[in-house]
Design a protein around this ligand. Sequence first.
Ligand code: NAD
Length: 767
Amino acid sequence: RRLLENGANTSFVNRIADTSLPLDELVQDPVQTVEQMALREGTLGLPHPSIATPPDLYGVARRNSKGVDLACDTALQALHVELLRSAHTEWQAQPLLAGAEAKAEWAESAQPVLNPADLRDPVGRVQETTLAGVEWAMQAATEAAPAWAATAPAQRAQALEQAADLMEQQLGVLMGLLVREAGKTCANAVAEVREAVDFLRYYAAQARRDLADLPHRPLGPVVCISPWNFPLAIFTGQVAAALAAGNPVLAKPAEQTPLLAAQAVRLLRQAGVPDAVLQLLPGRGETVGATLVADERVQGVMFTGSTEVARLLQRQLAGRLSPSGRTIPLIAETGGQNAMIVDSSALVEQVVADVLASAFDSAGQRCSALRVLCVQEEAADRVLQMLTGAMAELRLGRPDQLHTDVGPVIDAEARAGLLRHIDALRAQGRRVQQPLGRGGLDDTRHGHFVPPTVIELNSLSELQREVFGPVLHVLRYRREALPELLDQINATGYGLTLGLHTRIDETIERVVAGAHAGNVYVNRNMVGAVVGVQPFGGEGLSGTGPKAGGPLYLYRLLAQRPEAALTRSLDEVGAPAQTGHQPEVLPAALQALAEWAERNAQTAVAASCAQWGAQARSGHARLLCGPTGERNVYTLLPREAVLCLADQEGDRLIQLAAVLAVGSQAVWPDKAQALLQRLPDVVQGRIVLCSDWTRPETHFDAVLHHGEPAALRQVALRVAQRPGPIVGITGLLPGDAAIPLERLLVERALSVNTAAAGGNASLMTLA
Ligand code: NAD
């Protein structure tokens, strides 16, 4: 803009076509031009008022987290001091329980926590919580629940924001712990502290906006169980959300990474969260975790980890109801079998850079990491050649060295499992490549290292489970077989992340529309989801939802949420986005049900149709704000099929109104056939009858139940016995019409690298 004001007659990019310009002027260094401007005007690099500076990227409601420039010598010098301070601290993770009497004696039984990159380096010590400690914590959390629930959302938010500031101040110290306890590279460690800070500010802002002054009721004591691979970010994210919603938290960190969790708890307490409202219970999953989840006083469980453990927790919780007779919410975020599809139109150089980041960054120990690279056969040799060449340039080694690209895997067990997998496929005759990195053996012999590995597969079915490490599988596909490939990827049952590299718009549309994945990334890497920008979480075997860092998360942590939560949160999350699919204003089947209800004096049903017709946001897409060069879209879509269980006809019709409002399909037991036959044809077309819903072949991905608590309990137990994904159950008492519509929706996040398709043209037209 300033150049234009100063007489430049056209934008930089377009000048190349201007034949009247002398060559010297055309090749002038733009940096020099701006510096000359600064000499003339006394200011350098005045930002354009319409382009947000990094701290203001997300507007006034929440400040963006601060990072550190690892390419800046001054920043590195300051960081070095902090890292030394971190390394010289005697880190301890004892149970952090409420009350002075509970201050744990530092027992002889405390175990060392070792650096996975160098087992000679003791990072700190951890003491497991005893069963008496669990009981003490449960009691304290239960007693603290009413007061925390009554604390104003703004005050809860303030404590979280204060904790975010403290974490930012301790960036270097926390980085030191992330590097030594979790084996993170320095760049990954910066990103992780930032993510934790973003979570704190995101849920704080949401509590202020969506809960203040609106009637809501928290669940009560919530157990947070987290994995080791994001020991600060996921731990803090779960805890922050539960606290923001007004629940006391009992946090059980992963066995491998208790020190980071303990430090996060100390900072949150320092920021004003009462001791009894946030307690830390380090220990093993099978003992401390299982005891916590089994406790009758626990009113909600947030879990991130493996699909297997999530199933265990579901079964454990299924037999229990809250005092008010609802099921105990389980938010489970689990693993994936994540694929990236690359067609022959893709830019190979960019594909390779994005594959390296997606498959090998964090040594592949991200749930979002790329596991199966699917390349169109014409492009495969070229992609593989360039990819293995680039892999040879990766440095495998100690992450406390700034030049390290790939650090260790978390422990000996993980390493052994990965090596077994590689050996097994090699023994089956698959081509295995491990281009030697430049790190060398000196760096790796004292830790748990697995070199980045590429294995060519013949078929996707050769992979039976998630392989959690730096192992990339490659599959070639024929161009015309793209639809079948997508079907195969969907048929794995997982649905976490999917990548796509193509320059063809129709392919983007087709893949995005057909993918069953929570987060889809186009022409970019598929890791590093940013809070509020790419709300994160999968579907099917990959998780229950709602998405972490998304607008619906807090509501799942409430026993009673504010009315019209769906409209409120979606309408405020961003501007409407243009998508190929335009939602119907009032779905035809809902309209037909409403008219039928009017004719048959079913006034409650007619009222629900009208209310939900106005509230359902199914098919709606919103643009989320983020950095320029990226287009981030958040979409709500109907779940595929909702099992509707009710004894009374009125309840069944209310359920049907909700299902039709979101555009889903109802699954009815065949005893409801008579009612079905009285309904208009277009409505009948949205209902499937089944003789026995407990059979595995009956498909549904949500359950609505109207009935007494005893019946709900039986339904929950039988749903938990079914194989496949964890299915959420919404239980309501007979006559209750307050169905939370969001439970019938899935959330999708799409992130498109617009720079790959010529950049963000809107920048050139800024006034
Ligand atoms: P894990 O399931 O082994 O452990 C996760 C947590 O569960 C740990 O704290 C563990 O102690 C606890 N636990 C284990 N058994 C338990 C039991 N019986 N009762 C209660 N708690 C129990 O997973 P992990 O190895 O720590 O983490 C890696 C997994 O996490 C991968 O599958 C990865 O894909 C997944 N993950 C998913 C996401 C996501 O957002 N979808 C994010 C990160 C990691």
